[in-house]
Design a binder for this molecule. Structure first.
Ligand code: LLP
Length: 432
């Protein structure tokens, strides 16, 4: 991650395509995805599980990047998909994604969303709270369906990551609180909810997690829960879902484990726990990676525009995008690397800060990065923008959303058209 590949002429190459040529053809800002890398990332999760001979399921967390093309790739690679809204569900269905492989998440699924999911017959619901137990049971009954559910559990674990993307801690808005006994209460309520079929438990500890500790602690708590569920309610747990959160390398400061290491230690712990507790069937292990599938595969290309130098203090270089196409630096102080795509092999000579074009001081993409002397009209590439970039893109300042291309073996395909000015006003109504 965060590294660049240059062609013979020192220009950035992605998926066998010349980045400068891509910008000529499609304009900037441009999201470019290396399709092979997405598929390789998926396969490393598959391979990591396969060698262990356990039952597993990998659901891509579509919140990281959701459009029809990525759904197609996910489908082709045989993954399930996790959706959290009518919009994500709609996108997956329209792309031809099999409903049985869709998992429906969310802490406030609306009745309309649930009806839509029931009509499509999605494969699994991750039930987040008491209201949803009743709502889902009632609507499922109306649709004459018995639906498979996992209970989302908040295990009370603080993973070491930015506080906005921590989700497993006790005060989290998500899931049934384990510490205060809400989980057992939820299981108890299954008693008269005949349209819900209990599969197991889910937790998500946070995002961009670098070590395996949090997952292993969660597993221990899960196994205690499995035990209690069996003893108190006579109920078997078929599935444990550990969510996503596997970290990626944005810059050299990041040191995530490799996928195989995460999976090895998760599977190892599951086997060990089952053994210690004399359980003869292993539960299925489900995970939901988002960032680790698409993050490093995405690069954003910008055109360099104006600059401002405050002598002896700071130099700004502005690009034709910013917090509208990548909100992460402004929202989480996330760090990124960058290259001048025209001259990737040139020596860095000056420290600059990369500014976006929004009317907002916080609209900075990178603070203090050493680059070759950047010239107006050259292309700036920011790698590792594949997750939660386009997904969180917005129209602040009425800036239109960039186009997106997938590249593979020297070919590029447009997968999201550049938004137009007419699209910006298409829902506006004039006063009469
Ligand atoms: N499963 C659940 C239930 C989740 O809530 C999430 C992410 C995932 C899976 C996927 O996590 P991942 O593998 O991508 O870390 N906008 C933030 C990230 C928010 C993540 C929310 N939930 C960011 O840009 O860093």
């Amino acid at each position: 991650g965060g590294t660049s590949k240059s062609n013979g002429q020192g220009q950035l190459e992605i998926g066998g395509c010349n980045a400068i040529d891509l910008t000529t053809q499609y304009g900037t800002p441009l999201y470019v995805y290396d399709e092979k890398l997405i598929r390789d990332n998926i396969r490393s999760f598959f391979n990591a599980f396969k060698k262990h001979n356990v039952k597993f399921n990998i659901a891509y967390a579509s919140k990281a990047l959701c459009n029809m093309a990525i759904c197609q790739v996910i489908k082709e690679e045989g993954l399930s998909i996790d959706v959290v809204s009518a919009g994500e569900l709609y996108t997956a269905l329209k792309s031809g994604f099999p409903a049985s492989r869709i998992h429906f998440h969310g802490n406030n699924k609306t009745p309309e969303e649930i009806k839509m999911a029931l009509q499509a017959k999605v494969g699994c619901y991750v039930v987040d709270n008491f209201n949803e137990i009743d709502l889902l049971n009632r609507l499922a009954k109306k649709h004459n369906q018995i639906v498979s559910i996992l209970f989302r559990v908040s295990p009370g674990i603080k993973a070491h990551t930015h506080q906005y993307i921590q989700t497993g801690q006790q005060e989290s808005k998500f899931g049934f609180d384990m510490i205060s006994g809400q989980v057992l209460e939820a299981i108890k309520r299954l008693d008269k909810r005949d349209n819900l079929h209990f599969l197991g438990f889910h937790c998500h500890l946070g995002s961009q997690i670098f070590d395996k500790k949090a997952y292993l602690v969660a597993l221990q708590k899960f196994f205690d829960l499995i035990n209690t569920t069996k003893q108190q309610f006579g109920l078997d747990t078929q599935v444990i879902n550990l969510g996503g959160g596997f970290g990626i390398r944005y810059t050299d400061e990041d040191n995530p484990l490799i996928v195989e290491e995460y999976i090895d230690s998760i599977v190892g712990t599951v086997k060990q726990e089952c053994n210690d507790r004399h359980m003869d069937t292993l539960p299925e292990i489900w995970i939901e990676p988002g960032r680790s599938i698409v993050g490093e595969a995405g690069t954003t290309l910008y055109t360099i525009g104006s600059e401002k130098e405050i002598p002896g203090i700071k130099k700004y270089v502005a690009v034709d995008g910013g917090m509208t196409d990548n909100l992460r630096p402004a929202l989480y102080q996330s760090k990124y690397n960058a290259f001048i795509a025209n001259r990737v092999d040139d020596e860095p000579v000056e420290v600059v800060s990369i500014a976006g074009k929004c009317c907002e001081s916080g609209d900075m993409l990178i603070h203090d990065i050493k680059l070759p002397n950047a010239k107006n009209g050259e292309i700036l590439a920011i790698p590792c923008t594949g997750a939660y970039g386009y997904a969180m893109a917005n129209n602040y300042n009425r800036i239109t959303r960039p186009a997106m291309v997938f590249v593979k073996d020297g070919n590029s395909v447009l997968v999201v058209k550049r938004e137009t000015l007419d699209q910006l006003i298409q829902n506006d109504l004039v006063l009469t």
